[in-house]
Design a protein around this ligand. Structure first.
Ligand code: SAM
Ligand code: DTB
Ligand code: SF4
Length: 321
């Protein structure tokens, strides 16, 4: 059964950054307890949704996002490739379904799709939908009418992250502004597509920035159905390759704060799992994460092997949603 996001709360409360900061400052055990209470009130605490990612168009991106292996402006090992064929995408989605993923997410290293690109991606969405999977794409910024076109193709989710708090955004990305991202998110929402929107931590930001990111996400009206919390994967050749390491408990705290502030959203433990111990991941599930990327690759970076995750799920008594 595909995972269905819960209906958004018709009147979600607004959060001030200071309130989220106060959550961050709680003793760790108290914070996790609060997050567990909220999690259990809204979800099966032992069920985790699994999405598989595929990079359908890799590298050569015009944007300068400081964390990204795919920017043409950074000297990384990622080579520019052209858009995958429909057959390649269907083969990857079929394999992901066989491994137990309920959603297939296709990512493209674009500032935004050209009309010709969008038609090809729409065909991919239709084909993945026909396999009985939920569909998600992340294609960058959308122009008028493009979200409606994706909806008509059967798109369930559009991923477009705020990435960080407004006050830190320009230190990470200068080729577009966060307002552009809000504009695309509004187009996605208006087209009736579920919103997948989160951010990255571990980029050298302060706790206040992490709290402000969680508040921005929670104050979206309605909040995103799906909230990926990425841990920076430090990529050699990017401006953030030497970002200061984040205390792992601070990552867990970020998950817990997201869970408390967005009780009905799926919170996804996203990039960075390959660099985490099983014990740290277990703490993230305890803090209310109930979704992961599943399969040995994210877009360009490594993710734990599916077999390893199967064993982890068995050891923790977790079931696939
Ligand atoms: N080009 C599109 C865009 O930027 O919206 C879609 C692809 S982009 C790679 C999707 C998201 O992946 C980014 O917004 C960012 O949050 C996350 N991401 C990219 N590189 C990352 C890294 N090295 N570590 C953690 N998260 C990363
Ligand atoms: C998201 O928030 N994280 C995913 C997905 N949305 C597209 C991407 C993570 C990318 C990690 C680095 C890489 O694979 O290049
Ligand atoms: Fe391009 Fe997206 Fe990477 Fe930014 S995050 S450089 S927009 S692929």
């Amino acid at each position: 059964m595909p995972a269905i996001a819960k209906k958004p709360d018709p009147s979600p409360r607004k959060w001030r950054t200071e309130e989220i900061e106060a959550l961050f400052a709680l003793p760790f055990n108290d914070l996790i307890y609060r997050a567990q209470e909220v999690h259990r009130a809204h979800f099966d605490a032992n069920a985790v949704q699994r999405s598989t990612l595929l990079s359908i168009k890799t590298g050569g991106c015009s944007e300068d996002c400081g964390y990204c292996s795919q920017s043409a402006r950074h000297d990384t090992e990622v080579e520019r490739e052209s858009l995958l064929s429909l057959e390649e995408v269907v083969a990857a989605a079929t394999a992901a379904r066989e491994q137990g993923a309920s959603r297939f997410c296709m990512g493209a290293a674009w500032r935004g799709p050209k009309q010709k690109d969008l038609e090809q991606v729409s065909a991919m969405v239709r084909a993945v939908k026909d396999l009985g999977m939920e569909t998600c794409v992340t294609l960058g910024m959308l122009q008028q009418g493009q979200a409606e076109q994706l909806k008509a193709a059967g798109l369930d989710y559009y991923n477009h992250n705020l990435d960080t708090a407004p006050e830190f955004y320009a230190q990470v990305i200068t080729s577009h502004c966060q307002e552009d991202r809000f504009d695309t998110l509004a187009k996605v929402r208006d087209a009736g597509i579920n919103v997948c929107c989160g951010g990255i931590v571990g980029m050298g930001e302060s706790r206040r920035v992490r709290a402000a990111l969680v508040a921005e996400l929670a104050n979206m009206d309605p909040p995103p159905e799906s909230v990926p919390i990425n841990h920076l994967v430090a990529i050699p050749g990017t401006p953030l390759e030497n970002a200061a390491a984040l205390d792992p408990f601070e990552f867990v705290r970020t998950i817990a704060c997201a869970r408390i502030a967005m009780p009905r959203s799926m919170v996804r433990l996203s990039a960075g799992r390959e660099q985490m111990s099983d014990e740290l991941q277990a703490l993230c599930f305890l803090a209310g994460a109930n979704s992961i990327f599943y399969g040995d690759k994210l877009l360009t970076a490594d993710n734990p092997e599916a077999g390893h995750d199967e064993k982890l799920f068995a050891r923790l008594g977790l079931k696939a949603m």
